[in-house]
Ligand binder design. Structure first.
Ligand SMILES: Cc1cc2nc3c(=O)[nH]c(=O)nc-3n(C[C@H](O)[C@H](O)[C@H](O)COP(=O)(O)OP(=O)(O)OC[C@H]3O[C@@H](n4cnc5c(N)ncnc54)[C@H](O)[C@@H]3O)c2cc1C
Length: 316
């Protein structure tokens, strides 16, 4: 399908990413797959390529572009090649919106240049062994010290994408008990340095899909988090999470579309090469029906007037 949504800059970016995947990812992807994670060094390469700074303001080392279209290109190209860029999606799509929305200027100066270069990889930790959908039920606590210099973090998280390699994790924790009128009150967000004493990474969880995207358990035992690392205001964390989850859903929706498109392409290639009863599988009528139906669904997703890239990106 001919598309007018991407311009020459996006096209140039697409070519760069395609060449990068061919040179740096495809040759070693089987090793990553077997290991269940992309190696830490890979994230430095993505940083060098400029992938992490696209929507980071220029004053903090990024390109300052207010658009998701480059991320959309990344999704399409990784799906096309049948590879995955590990926990980097969480770094950009989940963690960055919180930094941009909540960090003070001092925090942005401290965090963003290293975010852009890949020196500091970020993750987001909401889910706990006993708390998933019901975010307000989380049990991890962060208590302000008597001298007011730091919080003391205790608890555990699970299913944390990028948790194995993360250098800084946005940890959601209770700073106050829920109020009588609102059980969502009392959660705060912290940019926790994973080198802190008492912070540990537990098991890397085994998954059926997204195998190169590591998913970890985290534990906190009396971790001292400086007050300077509180993100936004105390006790408003739930509302911040509610605001940013939409961006995560955009990523999931776009990823699903990109993978569906790639799957049809892989299937076409297979049925063209594979021969049965002396003919390519593609030449049988039923194969054509099935593939045409799949392609029609992909085309519909691409053409849908409120398709994710139209909803979420300005005209640029
Ligand atoms: C691959 C992967 C990566 C992840 N990455 C992260 C991450 O980076 N950071 C992070 O914090 N979390 C992450 N998660 C966790 C994810 O956010 C949770 O899995 C999700 O919130 C659901 O929680 P749960 O699995 O505990 O399910 P539960 O909340 O226990 O739900 C169990 C079942 O109950 C259903 N259910 C829940 N509430 C209702 C309701 N009100 N009415 C009817 N049915 C309901 C659910 O649909 C589900 O089928 C990840 C999960 C996966 C699988």
């Amino acid at each position: 399908m001919r598309r007018s949504v991407f311009n020459e800059d996006h096209q140039a970016f697409r070519e760069t990413i395609r060449a990068f995947i061919e040179a740096e990812v495809a040759p070693v992807y089987d090793e990553w797959f077997a290991a269940g994670q992309a190696p830490r060094d890979f994230y430095y390469k993505l940083g060098e390529l400029g992938v992490f700074g696209i929507s980071v303001p220029e004053e903090f080392g990024g390109a300052g572009l207010d658009t998701h279209k480059f991320e959309a290109v990344l999704y399409e190209e990784t799906a096309r090649a049948g590879v995955n860029f590990g926990g980097s999606g969480v770094h950009v799509l989940l963690a960055l919106p919180y930094i941009k929305m909540l960090a003070t200027d001092e925090q942005k100066k401290r965090f963003l240049p290293r975010f852009v270069s890949g020196e500091e990889m970020w993750a987001l930790a909401m889910t706990e062994p006993g708390t998933g959908s019901d975010v307000a039920g989380m049990k991890t606590t962060a208590k302000l010290s008597e001298d007011g210099t730091h919080y003391v973090l205790n608890g555990a998280k699970t299913f944390i994408t990028g948790g194995v390699h993360a250098d800084r994790v946005i940890v959601c924790a209770r700073t106050s008990a829920p109020s009588a009128e609102d059980r969502r009150f009392g959660i705060s967000l912290f940019a926790v340095d994973t080198k802190s004493e008492g912070y540990s990474v537990g098991r890397k969880l085994d998954k059926l899909g997204l195998r190169t995207s590591d998913t970890a358990e985290l534990a906190f035992v009396d971790v001292k988090v400086p007050v300077e690392d509180l993100l936004g205001e105390e006790n408003k964390g739930f509302y911040y999470l509610g605001t940013n989850l939409a961006s995560e859903r955009w990523g999931i929706a776009f990823g699903a579309y990109a993978q569906a498109k790639a799957a049809v392409r892989f299937a076409q290639s297979y049925v063209t090469d594979r021969t049965v009863f002396g003919k390519p599988v593609a030449s049988f009528q039923n194969t054509k029906f099935e593939l045409a139906a799949c392609q029609a669904e992909v085309d519909a997703a691409e053409a849908w007037p409120t398709a994710p890239w139209r909803l979420w990106t300005p005209a640029s």
